[in-house]
Design a protein around this ligand. Structure first.
Ligand code: FES
Length: 154
């Protein structure tokens, strides 16, 4: 990740996907991946480059849960707290991770590295409690194993 706003980088991404409306989602994904979140400055810049109203870009960004318009950690840690995972200790796991990372749910860690989120059933109930770090699913995870997995990311 570079800065939260880098016009040259945005320009290169728009060029890669093409300055057209149907490339918007791909462009937003790549911009967020590189710049962490979609800042107001970023949205306005994209609005100019794609010739789309900023409101439309915000509409897309808020419709899809993957997009963030506020700063968040670069790495997403999602703990499932669906019924099955909850019965297998997900609540205690979340509490432990909150203490370990010193964050509240949905907030980035101080170093902007991680965001801890509690999510609903992800369909991995048989390996619960399930933990997802970015795209990788792990389970069943004990509290110790979860902390080890997160440390391995560092
Ligand atoms: S309840 Fe956690 S994956 Fe289904």
């Amino acid at each position: 990740m570079t800065n939260h706003f880098d016009e040259k980088e945005i320009e290169a991404i728009v060029k890669k996907f093409g300055a057209k409306e149907d490339a918007l989602i791909s462009i937003l994904q790549e911009v967020q991946r590189k710049q962490g979140f979609l800042s107001e400055q970023t949205v306005l810049c994209l609005s100019g480059k794609l010739n789309l109203p900023a409101g439309q870009i915000y509409g897309v960004a808020s419709y899809y849960k993957v997009f963030r318009t506020e700063p968040g950690g670069r790495e997403e840690i999602k703990v499932c707290d669906g019924t099955s995972c909850h019965l297998k200790g997900a609540g205690e796991l979340i509490a432990r991770l909150k203490r370990e990372l010193k964050v509240e749910e949905g907030e980035p860690t101080e170093d902007q590295r991680y965001t801890l989120e509690k999510v609903r059933c992800q369909g991995y109930c048989q390996i619960g409690p399930a933990l997802k770090i970015n795209e990788a699913v792990h389970g069943p995870v004990t509290q110790e194993k979860a902390i080890k997995l997160i440390k391995e990311q560092r």
